[in-house]
Design a protein around this ligand. Sequence first.
Ligand code: GAR
Length: 194
Amino acid sequence: MLKLIGFKKINISIFISGTGSNLKNLINHSFKKNSKFKVVLIISNNPKAKGLNYAKKFRIKKKIINYSNNKNAEKKILIELKKNKVNLICLAGFMKILSENFINNFKGRIINIHPSLLPKYKGLNTHQRAIKNKEKYSGCTVHYVNSKLDSGKIILQKKVRILKNDTFKSLSKKILKHEHVIYPKALKKVLFNL
Ligand code: GAR
């Protein structure tokens, strides 16, 4: 395991596929006075991901990875991570599944945010399924990534009430706000334990 030496910041890479609101939020946290991390690399499988604009805005390196072949894509990512001395990976709306081999290369050093109260509603369309099943609560979870989808050890979770008139849109908006609170908190916890 890594040890925090002196005041040296931990280099993190954030993987995205879309809007990047969690990315933006984590970058903003990295600029805070006592922050222990620095975002050194943004990875996206999607060249059209809106979140890529934050690379330019905050002058952070970005790499768009062609995912037509998973194995090659992961190989390229690993090279970039090494080149940029990345210690920890944060998945933030990254819609590709990482292989066991990739995860083993970063054992205990990949975390993800998922928009449900795991272990409930792993995978896609979490809000639609929670509403359809008339759940009273949903939420969001930050967890370590292991080789099973959305199944790694939970770091932090926030429960959110589903109201009768909640739609997919209103619920996802509500939960996203909580994601922006728990992701930096969970990251802080993880960095403390590195
Ligand atoms: C977030 O709600 C995140 O929890 C979810 O994608 C959204 C990304 O939003 N992630 C997953 O569904 C992963 N399985 P963002 O691009 O605005 O951060």
